[in-house]
Design a protein around this ligand. Structure first.
Ligand SMILES: C[S@@+](CC[C@H](N)C(=O)[O-])C[C@H]1O[C@@H](n2cnc3c(N)ncnc32)[C@H](O)[C@@H]1O
Length: 308
């Protein structure tokens, strides 16, 4: 991996741009099978790791559709430039009203280029779909959003993915994580980055205790290597699933700051965790963590028996 972090064209809440180096530094072995991301989101981790073979899956069909459109040539860097120049001009001329025109158009036809436009012009870059699956993030209020330098930046981001999709064997699939993990085999490496419980209110991003428990069961029985991204604690509370489920694995932690969104958990520093079923490069040996692990396990397990 080069020292420069590549940023993908579609941004998403919980994007791991600031943690990519840390996550990838754990992979100091050859990946014999596929790199598998059951929760692709922006794809920033895999796109920077650049494995020869990969499965990028997500429940959100619009993300997957965007990358499959690059793969089948419907979207290419030069088309993105022409599109954003023309749509950016209309946004500048018509203002806010035009954003909502594109939003309505997207909710009708699901054009991946409109998805890109909305992702870059909406409020705070927040991807939010309502219970009918309609994109409903309001306008980000910048009518001159698509200036030349900004368009060039996005075009370069698309070009990077385009070149890598051509070079490598990468598949993009819309599906639930349970199917993706079940289909993995012992030579594969799974990077799992699920939504955090209670953090998002997005139709494609609903995450309940049952989901966390299912993921735990699947990863526990997975014969290959996995890395799970989750949170360890924030200013106010700790992630009880670490104690209840994940503490039997290796855990490394890192303090991080989230900027996206308006909720309490997003505005504060957060200690991120990586849960691994193999020896990490940097183990957390802090007193606090050791004590934490001591207290752990069985009593908390009973919390989850109901899901079995
Ligand atoms: C935290 S984001 C992943 C972020 C990604 N690692 C990145 O750096 O951009 C979680 C993703 O999981 C997807 N997702 C939520 N529930 C899912 C499910 N049941 N199966 C598959 N994907 C799901 C969401 O659509 C979202 O893109």
């Amino acid at each position: 991996m080069s020292s420069k972090i590549y940023v993908p064209p579609i941004k998403i809440q919980g994007i791991k741009t600031k943690l990519v180096k840390w996550i990838i530094s754990q992979i100091d072995f050859e990946i014999k099978g596929r790199w598998i991301e059951p929760f692709m989101g922006s794809g920033v981790v895999g796109f920077n790791l650049r494995p020869k073979r990969a499965i990028f899956a997500d429940k959100n069909p619009h993300i997957i559709n965007f990358y499959n459109s690059i793969k089948n040539g419907e979207i290419a860097a030069h088309k993105v430039r022409v599109f954003l120049e023309s749509e950016g001009r209309k946004l500048f001329m018509k203002g806010e009203e035009y954003y909502y025109e594109v939003r309505d158009r997207f909710n009708k036809y699901h054009d991946p280029l409109d998805f890109l436009f909305l992702n870059r012009a909406c409020f705070n870059g927040v991807i939010r779909f309502n219970s009918e699956g309609k994109f409903n993030t309001p306008f980000g209020k910048k009518i001159n959003r698509f200036q030349k330098a900004y368009i060039t930046k996005i075009v370069n981001q698309v070009r990077y993915v385009e070149e890598n999709i051509r070079r490598y064997d990468w598949e993009f699939i819309t599906q639930d994580f349970r199917k993706t993990v079940k289909e993995a085999n012992k030579n594969d490496v799974i990077y799992s980055d699920p939504p955090y419980i209670g953090r998002h209110t997005n139709y494609f991003d609903i995450w309940m205790e049952k989901d966390e428990y299912d993921l735990y069961e699947l990863l526990k029985n997975f014969e290959g290597k996995f890395i799970l991204s989750t949170w360890y604690r924030n200013k106010y509370r700790e992630n009880r699933f670490i104690k209840a489920l994940w503490s039997e694995f290796n855990i490394v932690t890192k303090e991080h700051f989230y900027y996206v969104g308006g909720k309490e958990i997003n505005r504060n520093p957060i200690v991120e965790a990586l849960v691994l079923n193999f020896q990490p490069k940097t183990q957390d040996k802090s007193q606090e963590f050791e004590e934490y692990k001591e207290k752990v396990k069985k009593p908390y397990r009973s919390l989850f028996q109901a899901h079995k």
